[in-house]
Write a protein that binds this ligand. Sequence first.
Ligand code: CTP
Length: 324
Amino acid sequence: MIRNGSHAAAEEEEQAEPSSSSRSPEKRKRVIRVWCDGCYDMVHYGHANQLRQAKAMGDYLVVGVHTDEEIAKHKGPPVFTQAERYKMIRATKWVDEIVEGAPYVSTLETLDKYNCDFCVHGDDITLTVDGKDTYDEVKRMGRYRECKRTQGVSTTDLVGRMLLLTKSHHSNVDNAAYQLHTDNFGKEVNRYKGKNYPIMNIHERTLSVLACRYVSEVVIGAPYAVGKDLLDHFKVDLVCHGKTEVFSDTDGTDPYAEPKKRGIFRILDSGNNLTTDDIVQRIIENRLQFEARNQKKEAKEMAVIEALKHKEDSLKTDAALTNN
Ligand code: CTP
């Protein structure tokens, strides 16, 4: 008899653990509700990776997103408005529900209000305007779990890339041959968007689109023109583009000529006219405030790191004295 894999696994589990079958149906099906909160400004793959890890620690993920006012008070002004940040988190895979305007400090009261078992945060320090750990209460009550923070990306870093027009992120890949290959994908974007683009390298952009809940698959380094081979290989039924301008290919041809010929090309209205240029513009306009915010954040974090190091050193000295 061929059995469905998951049924077989469930039966085996019941045999190995007879007590599980005597549990009440509600208990056996109890859903673990996980809470995450944050600013989620300029949502990037570090945020997505945090939400992915958090979801894997339970079954249902509730994400609290702070208001612009709360962020301005504790950190400095966000680049994206709260309405935009709510939309971005709603569109992120792994997120089941969002709480708009969640308080900056995570409390037991909030966890209980949304029936969450525990909250999950990356292994970095988050402080209030008065320098207090925003997770202090939930940590003390054992309702806190940590996940790995993703190295190499942060809102601060992206703001820096946009302000300084740096390109080092284009080549932060170790393997030289692979780097050449991926640099070429960057060049394609350079050609039609200008020399400072893309702001993120091909790996980062791949992770960003993969984190969008509407995306099923990504073709890394897809050719600029949507030609016969691509349409046939991936069995594409429909090709869509937003209302932004379509730039010609290097030979001056329309990159959507083939789908248009097949009658499978559609222009979509995303209902939003925000572009990367607009975001750069916002950052330039608020440059001084963002720079001040970044310096403040770094200084606060350094102070905490120093304090922790000091505490560790004195513990080591105590231990050495006791051993002697
Ligand atoms: N996070 C992460 N990896 C990153 C950036 C953020 O895991 N590279 C996690 C944080 O640890 C937190 C959540 O994403 O659990 C939301 O972070 P947020 O409140 O937006 O602020 P920051 O931690 O300051 O993130 P950023 O520096 O990108 O603003």
